[in-house]
Design a binder for this molecule. Structure first.
Ligand code: BDR
Ligand code: CA
Length: 309
């Protein structure tokens, strides 16, 4: 049976690929959106546009318009002003089912006992759900996050965007007591990058979804390479989906992870205790390695499964 997931996202180029993969590899119970890479109205529109493009009928619920305490901050330098710059933008024909993603998350978890949460944007919606309904912590099958890092950051030397954008929400989620909390941080996602050769493979597959993805990547790769002196652009968010569907291709270590909410140079940092003798609860399974070849095969096989143009 496919895992049943709620994907909480801020599309976002790599969120788009995560949604395309999740639609094939999991049962998507719903998509919830959050302010992050772009303002909420755009991330919601983008989620609807993507669901339309790939024929995914799951409901889309809009969530938090801003972080818990901080003002909203976005990532136009990586994803453009729309959050999905690059391809010609199709018209959006659907509307959000509700503007209460938090309620949708709570109700779906209360109705089902096997739901995975897959948050791939700032953790605002998940933190609000935990605050409003602490019982969901013990009910979920697990939480698979893209966020943080057991190493360098990206927005700052120490902080990764999703955690930095709402560190107070991230702190609530990491401290909530989830039995299974998986973290695909930058130390992991940087092992899962794509380059021009991947874009060429997507064009060769030549269906409407892979051509859209290739146009997305032309923009995403170029904007990333401008900032990082030519590195492969990481497929961050798909790692959080793969950690649920294909855990065997990852190496996990149980760790204590705290989120820094106040540091002068470290706000938004995930402090991963790697000493091995700490006395704090091990609250997180940190991902340290991915079998890149196997992951890329799964990615391309999944993209092939969309029908020809
Ligand atoms: C994360 O930040 C966003 O820009 C990406 O979509 C990903 O979720 C990487 O730091
Ligand atoms: Ca994202």
């Amino acid at each position: 049976m496919k895992p049943r997931i709620i994907i909480d996202c801020d599309p976002g180029h790599d969120d788009a690929i995560a949604i395309m993969m999740a639609a094939r590899l999991t049962e998507v119970l719903g998509i919830t959106t959050v302010s992050g890479n772009a303002p909420l109205d755009l991330t919601t529109d983008n989620a609807l546009l993507l669901a339309d493009l790939i024929g995914l009928e799951a409901e889309v619920h809009a969530g938090a318009e801003k972080p818990l305490l901080l003002p909203a901050r976005h990532a136009a330098e990586a994803h453009g002003k729309t959050g999905l710059d690059g391809p010609v933008r199709p018209d959006v024909t659907r509307s959000a089912t509700s503007f209460d993603a938090v309620r949708f998350i709570i109700e779906t978890i209360r109705k089902n006992d096997d739901v995975w949460l897959v948050p791939i944007g700032p953790l605002t919606n998940i933190a609000l759900a935990v605050q409003q309904a602490p019982d969901i912590v013990k009910r979920v099958a697990g939480v698979s996050i893209m966020g943080g890092s057991a190493g360098a950051g990206n927005v700052t030397p120490t902080a990764e965007f999703n955690v930095w954008a709402d560190p107070h929400a991230a702190a609530i989620v990491f401290n909530a007591g989830f039995e299974t909390l998986l973290m695909a941080g930058l130390n992991l996602t940087h092992q899962f990058g794509i380059d021009e050769a991947t874009i060429a493979s997507l064009r060769e597959i030549n269906n409407s979804v892979t051509l859209f993805a290739a146009d997305l990547f032309e923009f995403y790769l170029a904007s990333y390479q401008k900032r990082t002196r030519g590195q492969r652009v990481p497929l961050h968010d798909p790692c959080a989906v793969l950690a649920v569907t294909h855990p065997e291709i990852f190496t996990f270590e149980s760790r204590t992870v705290h989120v820094e909410t106040e540091g002068k140079h470290t706000t938004g940092m995930t402090v991963v205790d790697e000493r091995g003798w700490g006395d704090q609860p091990l609250n997180c399974k940190v991902e340290y390695a991915i079998d890149r070849d196997r992951g890329m095969d799964i990615f391309l096989e999944t993209m092939c499964s969309y029908t020809a143009k």
